[in-house]
Design a protein around this ligand. Sequence first.
Ligand SMILES: *Cc1c(COP(=O)(O)O)cnc(C)c1O
Length: 376
Amino acid sequence: MIAVDELKRRLEHSPAFVLDMSQVHANLRPLHHIRQASGCRILYSMKALPLAALLSDLSDKLDGFSVSSLFEARLASAVSGGRGSLHVTTPGLRADEFAELSALCSHIGFNSLSQYQRLHSSTDRYSAGLRVNPKLSFADDRRYDPCGPHSKLGVDVGLLGQALPEGIEGLHLHTVFGRTDFQPLQAVISKLKPFLSRQTGLKWLNLGGGYLYHRIADLTPVIEAVRYLQTHVAEQVYLEPGKALVGNAGYLLTSVLDRFDSDGETVLVLDSSVNHHPEIFEYQRRPQLLDEDPQGGHSAILAGSTCLAGDVFGRYRFAKIPTVGDRLLFADVGAYSLIKAQRFNGYALPAVYVCRGDRYEAIKRDGYADYARQWA
Ligand SMILES: *Cc1c(COP(=O)(O)O)cnc(C)c1O
């Protein structure tokens, strides 16, 4: 756990996004254990946080990256110098980008049969696979359930016949988000067993992301699943976690800009907004505030600084309500926050710091020039 007071003292700029690299390294431990015990390979799904400093740190600790677009593929490839595997799967493959994308990527998981038939050419160097949708739902919120009705993600396994189309060497499966148990993995494998056992000579099977490995005490189920799959189904199994590597390693530092009463509640206006972590608003999440005292006798509403009435982080409890100038720290915001952040109302993106032990490195600071260039 990061030293909160020290962090608040050391950072020059607010708001700021801080990535704790020691925590990223701690998150690698269970993944390295799974790799060592099962022989699978592990990729970082870079869409969660594509910070180049992070990618270059991870590039010699993992087996490659998984990407969703040409830009991600270019960045991963530039950072890794072309070493390791580069997997791509997306509904958005474009004909006009395919030549470059397919030259950069080692593995392509085509999202549909029509995408495969239109874009794949047997003279290309990459290994072609198909994203399969097992049609098993594990999320109650359809917005992040890849397997719900009318899904756009992967080929319905029920529509695939006995044999896979000519040229398909691998399969891709990604079915969950933020899971802290392996029940879905086991359910998917047992549903797909008859289908998988009919496939012969598969080179690879990518099991996707969505599991928070560092929060799962017993890793035996995934190790056993990989061993089974590598014995009976495909030569090489890949895992491609995103949030499991960076979620709990990211912090958002913010400062109180104003404090006043509104209908009997204290409102604290922060120098950040839900636009720095849009999932707060999208999924009505209440981010964890390290300064909160759940037993505290006072409460205040933490609000963002934009004109949107709903730009609110939530109501938090305190022993003493923070005052103007105080710094507050949100935790567990490393994934899907900075990458989705934007400059609505003309507020800058958070400054970015990487912390390694007691060293803080300022990576970048968003300024007017960035805003002007975006809207020129
Ligand atoms: C988003 C995604 C991942 C990573 O998911 P996390 O929940 O961040 O682990 C992996 N594979 C695919 C295909 C994805 O879409």
